[in-house]
Design a protein. Structure first.
Length: 280
């Protein structure tokens, strides 16, 4: 059965890969991006099964207008994919105020805006799926990605809340967490002037690993796209979908360490309750 998808950030990476695969198999796609001309070839090949909208997700008014237009043009939209993203590769002191705002406005506020704009339509039609593209860095951290992590941890918390609120309406939400993948995203990372004070720190180590090619990109982007399609086609709606051996390994280690630390503070946590609740 064919489906209709709304996808942000379709010029490259997972967004472009999803768009191409979906069109090849006969689905309809509302593809949004800042430069619509990038998809002229696909539009010529697939005709009215590809609806293209100019969208900068940092423009909240534009997000609402484009989402409304896509639903009006296509009717039912079965799956909304929040994929647009931006990252700055720098220690927390090195990034500029403008870079920090762009990361947060794109990854966090932009994703929130798309979900908020889509929900009235999804509720009205009584079904739908939201896929939030996150990363292993939505559950664990790496030096030089502090602001990227801030945005992804934030959007994961938001989406976990949304998933609980929208389930009664027949709408599912899954946070997709790919690991390091050669999609071109790394080459598009914004950078900042390097502070020598950080050279002998973990931030410097990661910078050198990326520069030397020793930071492995373990995952196949086509297989990740396939896994996303399999998830939707299979009807399963997990809250999170880890994709990649690095995601599985790093997130598991982070969760285990956090749980161990959490348990180590049980006594002091329970010691501060009001006396009338202390025995419960």
């Amino acid at each position: 059965m064919t489906k209709t998808w709304f996808i942000t950030g379709t010029s490259s990476g997972f967004g472009r890969g999803l768009t191409e695969r979906l069109l090849e198999r006969g689905d309809r796609v509302a593809a949004t991006l800042r430069r619509p001309e990038v998809l002229d070839g696909l539009r010529a090949a697939h005709g009215d099964r590809l609806w293209v909208g100019r969208l900068d997700v940092t423009d909240t008014a534009q997000v609402k207008r484009v989402v409304d237009d896509a639903f009006a043009a296509l009717g039912t939209i079965d799956v909304v994919v929040n994929n647009a993203g931006f990252a700055v590769f720098a220690s927390v002191e090195e990034a500029s105020d403008e870079q920090i705002r762009q990361v947060i406005d794109t990854n966090l506020v932009g994703s929130i805006s798309v979900i908020r704009a889509a929900l009235p339509h999804l509720r009205a039609q009584g079904h739908g799926r939201i896929l939030q593209i996150s990363t292993a860095g939505g559950q664990t951290t790496y030096p030089n990605f502090g602001y990227y992590h801030a945005s992804k941890w934030g959007v994961e918390g938001f989406c976990e809340t949304v998933a609980k609120e929208i389930e009664p309406f027949g709408i599912g939400l899954t946070i997709v967490e790919p690991g390091a993948t050669p999609t071109g995203f790394g080459a598009a990372l914004a950078t900042a002037p390097i502070m020598p004070e950080y050279d002998a720190t973990p931030a410097g180590d990661v910078r050198r690993a990326l520069a030397s090619g020793d930071f492995p990109l373990l995952n196949d982007p086509d297989k990740i796209v396939g896994a996303i399609l399999d998830l939707v086609d299979g009807g399963e709606v997990p809250l999170r979908l880890p994709l990649g051996p690095d995601t599985y390994r790093d997130v598991r280690a982070s969760l285990a360490a956090r749980l161990a630390e959490h348990d180590s503070h049980r006594a002091v946590a329970e010691s501060v309750s009001l006396d009338e609740f202390a025995a419960r």
